[in-house]
Design a protein around this ligand. Structure first.
Ligand code: PGA
Length: 251
């Protein structure tokens, strides 16, 4: 049985006041649902505040991005070891906004995945197709390529200590969600790609769905066999909504 994960990606939002509010709500949600793993991915500047506010709770912290380099002259970047020291156990890699606005390639995403694991972090590897790729029927080709580049670089065994997040770009922040059936089909495809390399890991790996997940559509998504949780953007900034999404997990 895979433990459901609900992760909140705050993107470039939030301040200390909001961090306090969301930490309190997440602590309560984690107490109410010990069977759901909660992860918060705030901006780097709020990691220390949250590490303190979440101390002693099972709520995990994630970076939103990480350097592919261990250290050095890379102004503006943050290494995996720095994230670990700041209290992170997880990190998002390859979010579509990084790929789209910062030109991150599949190879760079793979380097970040490897750097994260070297520092003991669990990478949450984001995969997803653009609207145009979706409309031209390239979804499997695109997410398959994004995943394969990481598997080739890191090795199939590395997938055991990772989480996947399928986030169709056309559904992020648009209010358009993939239907549960559409998402399920892509999740099953991704799991089959892992199974082609390692059947045991394919059974263990969690595949989150992201893209306009809200309290009213979460249960339908979680009911799908291959959807193991959610990567939540906008709704993770509203304490009641984030808690409601965790509560929508099947018991
Ligand atoms: P959204 O964002 O829930 O606001 O669509 C999801 C994400 O980008 O991780």
């Amino acid at each position: 049985m895979r433990k459901l994960m609900v992760a909140g990606n705050w993107k470039m939002h939030g301040d200390r006041a909001l961090a306090g509010e969301l930490a309190a709500a997440s602590r309560d949600a984690a107490t109410a649902r010990v069977d759901v793993e909660l992860v918060l991915a705030p901006p780097f500047t709020l990691l220390a505040t949250l590490a303190q506010a979440l101390a002693g709770s099972p709520v995990a912290l994630a970076g939103q991005d990480v350097s592919g380099h261990a250290q050095g002259a890379y102004t503006g970047e943050v290494s995996a070891a720095m994230l670990a020291e700041a209290g992170c156990s997880h990190v998002l890699v390859g979010h579509s906004e990084r790929r789209q606005y910062h030109g991150e390639t599949d190879e760079q995403v793979a380097a970040k995945f490897i750097a994260a694991q070297k520092a003991g972090l669990v990478p949450i590897l984001c995969l997803g197709e653009s609207r145009q790729e979706h409309e031209s029927g390239q979804t499997e080709a695109v997410v398959g390529r994004q995943l394969a580049t990481v598997i080739e670089a890191a090795g199939a065994a590395a997938m055991e200590h990772s989480v996947l997040a399928y986030e169709p770009v056309w559904a992020i922040g648009t209010g358009l969600t993939a239907s549960p059936e559409q998402a399920q089909a892509v999740h099953a495809f991704l799991r089959s790609q892992i199974a082609g390399r390692d059947v045991r890991i394919a059974g263990l790996i969690r595949i989150l769905y992201g893209g306009s997940v809200k309290p009213d559509n979460a249960a339908g998504l979680f009911a799908q066999a291959d959807i193991d949780g959610a990567l939540v953007g906008g709704a993770s900034l509203v304490a009641a909504d984030f808690a409601a999404i965790a509560a929508a997990a099947p018991n």
